[in-house]
Design a binder for this molecule. Structure first.
Ligand SMILES: NC(=O)c1ccc[n+]([C@@H]2O[C@H](COP(=O)([O-])OP(=O)(O)OC[C@H]3O[C@@H](n4cnc5c(N)ncnc54)[C@H](OP(=O)(O)O)[C@@H]3O)[C@@H](O)[C@H]2O)c1
Length: 199
C-alpha cells in the first residue's frame, strides 16, 4: 500500500517504520523535506501519491496539515491526533463531537478513520505484552476504509478492534487521555496498554 505519513515525529516515524518493515511504501510529508532523505516529501507531494494518508501532527497543526495535503477525495485518512489542551489539561473537543469529525469536515471527500491515538508511540513500536498483542481500537463510517486500517493495525502488531462508526471517536479521544494521564501523571509510566477481551 502507498502510505503518506504527515508528520515524522514520535508517532509518524514509529508507524512509518513498522509499515515499511511490513512491505508498504511509506513517504513522510514534512514541512522541510531533507533532500538527503529519499522518504521525505512536502506534505502535498506525499499525499498526492498515496492511497492512505496518516495524520500524525500536533493537534494545533491539523488545519494547516490537511490544507497542505491538497485533494484527499477518495483516500483513506487515518487520524492519529488527539485534541489535547496545553499541559494535558483536557481536550479541546469531546463527547459531543471529536477531533476526527473536525478533520473529516476539513477533508470532506476523504474516508476518515480514527486509529492509533489511544496508546503511546512506544507501545506502537512494540505492541506485544506478555507474549500477546494489545488492542488498537479504531472507528469510522466507511467499511472499505476501515478494512484497510484494520490491516494496517495488524501490520504494526496490534489486535485491531472495531469500535463502531466515526462518532465513537467522541469516546476514543477521551480514552486516549486516560492512557496519557495514567502514563504521565499517575505513576504507571509509558509501558502500559489495554487489551480488549470478550466471551
Ligand atoms: N506521542 C504519543 O505517544 C502519541 C500517541 C498517540 C497519539 N498521539 C498524537 O499524535 C500526534 C503526533 O504526536 P507526536 O508525539 O508524534 O508529536 P511530535 O513528535 O511532536 O511530531 C509531530 C510532527 O508533526 C510535524 N508537524 C507539525 N506541524 C506540521 C504541519 N503543519 N505539517 C506537517 N507536519 C507538521 C512536526 O514537524 P516539524 O515541526 O519539524 O515541522 C513533527 O515532526 C499528536 O496529535 C498526538 O496527540 C501521540
Amino acid at each position: 500500500m502507498r502510505i503518506a505519513v504527515i508528520g515524522a515525529g514520535n508517532v509518524g516515524a514509529t508507524l512509518g517504520t513498522a509499515w515499511s518493515a511490513a512491505g508498504h511504501q511509506v513517504t513522510y510529508g514534512v514541512r522541510k523535506p531533507d533532500p538527503a532523505n529519499t522518504a521525505e516529501r512536502t506534505v502535498g507531494e506525499a499525499a498526492v501519491g498515496a492511497e492512505v494518508v496518516v495524520l500524525a501532527t500536533p493537534w494545533p497543526a491539523v488545519d494547516d496539515a490537511v490544507a497542505a495535503c491538497g485533494e484527499l477525495t477518495g483516500k483513506v485518512l487515518v487520524d492519529c491526533t488527539n485534541p489535547l489542551l496545553p499541559g494535558l489539561a483536557g481536550l479541546e473537543l469531546g463527547t459531543t463531537t471529536s477531533g476526527v469529525e473536525k478533520v473529516a469536515r476539513l477533508a470532506p471527500g476523504a474516508k476518515a478513520v480514527k486509529a492509533f491515538n489511544t496508546v503511546g508511540f512506544n507501545v506502537m513500536a512494540n505492541p506485544v505484552f506478555d507474549g500477546q498483542p494489545v488492542s488498537m481500537l479504531y472507528c469510522g463510517d466507511d467499511p472499505a476504509a476501515k478494512a484497510t486500517v484494520r490491516q494496517l493495525i495488524s501490520d504494526c502488531g496490534f489486535e485491531p478492534v472495531d469500535a463502531g462508526p466515526l462518532k465513537q471517536a467522541r469516546l476514543l479521544e477521551p480514552f486516549a487521555l486516560l492512557w496519557i494521564s495514567m502514563a504521565m501523571q499517575y505513576g504507571y509510566s509509558r509501558d502500559i496498554a489495554f487489551r480488549f477481551v470478550r466471551r
